[in-house]
Design a protein. Structure first.
Length: 459
């Protein structure tokens, strides 16, 4: 009897603290995940890392300033020379524009005559570009383009991480609601047996019923007490599972004991389920396919880069310079055009790398084909689970109606002495089982809907 009293205390405490609890909605869980869950924050940090890598790659096109100086400390000649230059690489045709100012003083040997300037120095402007090799692709542009692809791809991968965590969080939330409802069903079943125990005691005392009825009902009472304690244990475990996703403002796991379930426990479908249209959209947006597509594009860039390396290098530049001040009359304003041509002869290394890249591209294409087949099957399987769960929930509702009628009829028979405790207990247990099965089927339907929405990246 002490254990029965202990269970009653638990039930009373639950009822007395219910008004002080906070209703927890699914949106609250999702908001907590987005703000505090470590893997979501980690995926966001990965985006920042890709952004920095993209900025670093773009830095190859930053403007550069250089300065050089040469002074003789010994010897016959006294020449001193200084040059400051600025250079801006351009994205187009491996081009760059540049300018310089240089000035010299003293004397130089004949073989260093190029250092001579007039007294006020020389200014110059120029542009250079690649006509063939490196004209439309080079190592710098490939690095930048691939870094930009990585950044866009990382956004998609972060989205997949978020959807995966939200799927787990939503499932834990609805399992928590199921565990709470399950406990309430056993509370009701236990209280019914406990009330009946008091009624039977009174009737036994009057001599209306034999003592065996009291003992038999006590057996059922103890069975229901065990069911209630197991349900309470499962609810406490589920609270801990849910707490992983419901965190405090500091991002720490906290207790879910002060939360209660909302009045409405229906899973809100935000989108209609249309498998035929959805599979087309899924194959267009899924991060797995996006990642493979990114890798293929990067490989294509690498292949193009190796093809580019096999082309002759034809580089063209034009520079205009002007000297001012006193000095040699030979130092006049001048413009210079320079053409440089070179071509590779042996290409075995580049050819082998190209073949390796082609092979990897074919490998990625095969992986893509497999992922497409898997996604199609996954969507079809989840849809089939939804259809089956909808049918079982519907049948379960009908079963509850039938079981309820059987309990009411058996209770009337029992009150008139036309039934016994054994049959009445079976009827009540069947009704509770029907309700619990209904909760289980409803949970399975909700989980299937969650999986469908997660697969479609729309949680």
């Amino acid at each position: 009897m002490k254990s029965l009293f202990f269970v009653l205390i638990i039930v009373c405490l639950c009822i007395s603290t219910l008004s002080a609890q906070t209703v927890l909605y699914e949106k609250d869980v999702k908001d907590s995940v987005m703000r505090h869950f470590p893997s979501v924050l980690s995926a966001t940090e990965a985006i920042e890392q890709r952004r920095f890598e993209q900025q670093s790659a773009a830095g190859q096109f930053d403007t550069k300033i250089k300065y050089e100086n040469a002074s003789r400390t010994e010897g016959y000649y006294t020449g001193q020379y200084g040059k400051a230059s600025i250079e801006k690489p351009l994205y187009f045709a491996n081009a760059k524009v540049y300018g310089h100012y240089r000035q010299s003083s003293g004397t130089f040997p004949t073989y260093e005559d190029q250092f001579n300037t007039r007294s006020r120095g020389e200014t110059g402007l120029g542009i250079s570009l690649s006509v063939l090799r490196d004209s439309w692709i080079d190592a710098k542009r490939t690095t930048l383009t691939n870094a930009e692809l990585d950044l866009v791809n990382q956004y998609q991968q972060q989205r997949f991480v978020v959807q995966s965590v939200l799927q787990k969080a939503s499932k834990e939330y609805w399992t928590w609601i199921y565990a709470y409802q399950l406990k309430m069903e056993y509370v009701g079943l236990y209280e019914l047996a406990n009330k009946r125990q008091e009624i039977i005691k009174a009737r036994v005392k009057k001599g209306d019923l034999p003592d065996i009825y009291l003992i038999e009902n006590l057996q059922y009472l103890l069975q229901r007490q065990n069911q209630l304690m197991e349900a309470d244990r499962d609810l406490e475990i589920q609270k801990r599972m849910l707490a992983l996703y419901v965190r405090d403002p500091e991002g720490l796991v906290t207790s879910c004991n002060h939360y209660t379930i909302p009045d409405t426990q229906d899973y809100a479908l935000r989108y209609p389920i249309q498998p035929t249209q959805d599979i087309v959209q899924l194959l267009d947006i899924h991060p797995f396919l996006f990642d493979l597509d990114t890798q293929i594009k990067q490989l294509q860039n690498e292949i193009a880069l190796y093809e580019n390396q096999n082309l002759p290098a034809v580089d063209l530049s034009y520079e205009y310079s002007s000297d001012s001040g006193n000095g040699s009359g030979s130092l006049q304003d001048e413009g210079k055009v320079k053409l440089s041509i070179s071509t590779p002869i042996e290409r075995r290394e580049k050819g082998a790398k190209r073949d390796a890249l082609d092979s990897k591209k074919r490998q990625l294409s095969l992986k893509t084909s497999l992922i497409i087949d898997q996604l199609k099957q996954d969507l079809a399987i989840v849809h089939e689970r939804i259809l089956t769960a909808e049918k079982t929930v519907k049948n379960s509702n009908l079963e509850i109606e039938v079981a309820q009628k059987m309990v009411v009829a058996e209770q009337k028979k029992f009150l008139h002495g036309d039934s016994d405790m054994f049959i009445l207990n079976i009827r009540e247990q069947n009704l509770t089982k029907a309700k619990i099965d209904n909760l289980k089927y409803t949970l399975e339907l909700k989980k299937a809907h969650i999986e469908y929405d997660a697969l479609m990246m729309r949680l």
